[in-house]
Design a protein around this ligand. Structure first.
Ligand code: ADP
Ligand code: MG
Length: 168
């Protein structure tokens, strides 16, 4: 069983995943990409690595029973794809608090309002395999419990239940 946790940067993937109790191996994909150089280059504007998804896919080919956490996780094979969501205003605050620049915070807030990651997850995996989890005004512990419910098979798939379009 492979479970992916994705979502716009700032939705709280890394933080929530740290609170998840599971028998699956937890994989923080961004660390793996950095540590093993699974990148095609560097984005000069953002100063961030551009992941080589093909290389990552190959690297993880034989890995089963994993919980893969990254804003790129939905580009990999997975049985269930969890998409964390957050109100763009709160997302922007979280990113600024984490120390990101205003441009990056604004760009991600807009992407979140436009459902970019959710749409990609649904088109790559189908609505029956996507589990949207709202994190706005919720603690990481609370979000982690809902992630555990998805892993356990106690939650129905869901997509498009939040609406942040009023942000635009
Ligand atoms: P991601 O891994 O999705 O980019 P992080 O886990 O790094 O997001 O969280 C982004 C920022 O928001 C961090 O500073 C973190 O402490 C904070 N944060 C994460 N989850 C929550 C939450 N549920 N409520 C409030 N703040 C949160
Ligand atoms: Mg993270």
């Amino acid at each position: 069983m492979r479970v992916a946790i994705t979502g716009t940067p700032g939705t709280g993937k890394t933080t929530a995943t740290e609170h998840v109790e599971t028998d699956l191996d937890v994989l923080h994909l961004n660390d793996l990409i950095r540590d093993e150089g699974l990148a095609e280059g560097e984005d000069p504007e953002r100063g961030s690595l551009i992941a080589d998804i093909e290389a990552v896919t190959e690297r993880l080919e034989d890995r089963d029973d994993v919980l893969i956490e990254s804003h790129l996780a939905h580009h990999l094979d997975a049985d269930r794809v969890i998409v964390l969501r957050c109100d763009p205003r709160q997302l922007r605050e979280r990113l600024l608090e984490r120390g990101e620049g205003g441009a990056k915070a604004a760009e991600n807030a807009e992407a979140e309002a436009l459902d970019v990651v959710l749409s990609e997850a649904v088109s790559e995996h189908g609505v029956d395999n996507v589990y949207e989890i709202e994190t706005t005004d919720r603690t990481p512990e609370d979000v982690a419990e809902e992630i555990e419910a998805v892993i356990a098979g106690d939650r129905e798939p869901s997509a498009g239940e939040v609406d942040f379009l009023d942000f635009l």
